[in-house]
Each structure stands twice: as C-alpha cells, then as structure tokens.
Design a protein around this ligand. Sequence first.
Ligand SMILES: C[S@@+](CC[C@H](N)C(=O)[O-])C[C@H]1O[C@@H](n2cnc3c(N)ncnc32)[C@H](O)[C@@H]1O
Length: 250
Amino acid sequence: MLKSVLKKENYYPQPSLDETISPAKQPVNQAKLKPKQKTTSPLLNFPSAPTLQVVSRQRVADYGEVYTNPREVNAMLDLVKPETERLDSTFLEPACGTGNFLVEILSRKLAVAARQYQKSQLEYERAAVLAISSLYGIDILADNAAVCHARLFEVFNSQYNAHYKTKCKQACGNTVRHIFRRNILQGDTLSFKTSAGNPIIFSEWKFPFNDSRIQRRDYLFEQMCRSADGLAPPVKSYSPSHFLELGDAE
Ligand SMILES: C[S@@+](CC[C@H](N)C(=O)[O-])C[C@H]1O[C@@H](n2cnc3c(N)ncnc32)[C@H](O)[C@@H]1O
C-alpha cells in the first residue's frame, strides 16, 4: 500500500522537457525573478531552475510552495535508503510540487534496475516499469503536476537512451507516460478530490504472474487513507496485459 515520504522545500536539477508539455524554450534568468513578482509558473522556468526554492510570495502564502533542496532530499531519503533502492517499494508524495523527492527516488531505483538487469533489455524495461509504477504524487497546482510528470519522464528517458540508444522502444516510452499520467495527479490531497471535483483514484500496478503481464487495479484514495490498515477494495480491476502494450490505449 501507499507510504508517504514527507517533504520540505526547494528545487532540483532540471532535465530537458517531455514533449507532452511545452514551456518556454528560453531559459529564464532566476536572478531576475523578484520575490514580489506575481506568480511565475515553474513551468515557464523549466528546465532552467536548479536553484529555485520559491516561485512567488503569493504561491508561498496560498499553497505553502517552497521547494526542498537536493541535500535535504537526499538526507531524508537516506533515512529510508533500503526502500528507495527496492524496485517495488511504494512512495506517495502528497504535496509533490515539481517532484524533488520522486525524481531522486526514481533515479535511485533505476540505478538498481540497471545494475541488476541492464544486460537484458526486456528485463530492464520491466524492472524500470515496476519502479516507475510504484511512485505516486499529487499537487494542487496544475503546473507543478505537469513539471513533475515531465521531470520523471526525463529521468527514465535519459537513462533508457543511455543504455539502449537506437534500440529504445517507442512502446516502452508510451507505457511509462501512461503510468505517470495515472500516478502523478493534480488534486487536493486534503479533500481527496481532483481539480475537477472528482474523487482521486490511484491505480495499483502489479506483475501478478512474474512474467511480462501487468495488471491495473483502481482504488479510491480517500478509502485507502481512511481505512485503518490502508487497505480498501478496488473500484475497478483490469485484465492483465503485456506491459509494453499499456500505452496503446493512449
Ligand atoms: C512545501 S512545497 C513542497 C514541494 C515538494 N514536495 C518539495 O519538497 O520540493 C508544498 C507543495 O504542496 C502543494 N500543495 C499545497 N496544498 C496542497 C493540497 N491541499 N493538496 C496537494 N498539494 C498541495 C503546493 O502546490 C506545493 O507544491
């Protein structure tokens, strides 16, 4: 079930963009951002905001938006180091911002996947999907959720390309995008609702047969949080399918 890693403040090294979002291409000079300036979306600064901790005073006041710096992220994650290096350990960041914690957890897990499975591309892909599918995030701000999604995708994509270059499969990228779309959500963690006012539903992804078939089961976030043991009945179960076909429906 979902565990939470709690957070504090700052921003993180910024990867290049996932094409699913289209922020400004020109880097923004952070030194020019004045604290009182009206909200500047991190998306606009992406991917050039490695030192940004605060976007605007307004966003700090409205949303408590102060990002955690990499040193603190790593120190906190080191407190649960074995979990950050276990491919299927589940993390939920309930106020994920632009993904400072999730990005680092994914990097650690993918390093493990590479050490153990890089020799077989299919096994690495399966291990990477297992790692990816265990990470969840919610942020109330749409731009944060989009940047978080893009950064996570880029962590995967850069590693995947480094390992397999021209042998990389479009289908694997599609699967990863599909999972991040379901796992990284814009919503209000406190009310358990999406920005559209619908209940937040998270998908659990499992490889039930220890082969290439993955199964999705959907759960109501509120039910999971309110149950004493974190367990809740699924609201929907899907038939297992090959993990490289998950993105076909997109
Ligand atoms: C202190 S920042 C932390 C961001 C990130 N976890 C980090 O450590 O860098 C808090 C984040 O919570 C988000 N937030 C505030 N209220 C929220 C709510 N009710 N539900 C979900 N996210 C929320 C803000 O948009 C902001 O990105």
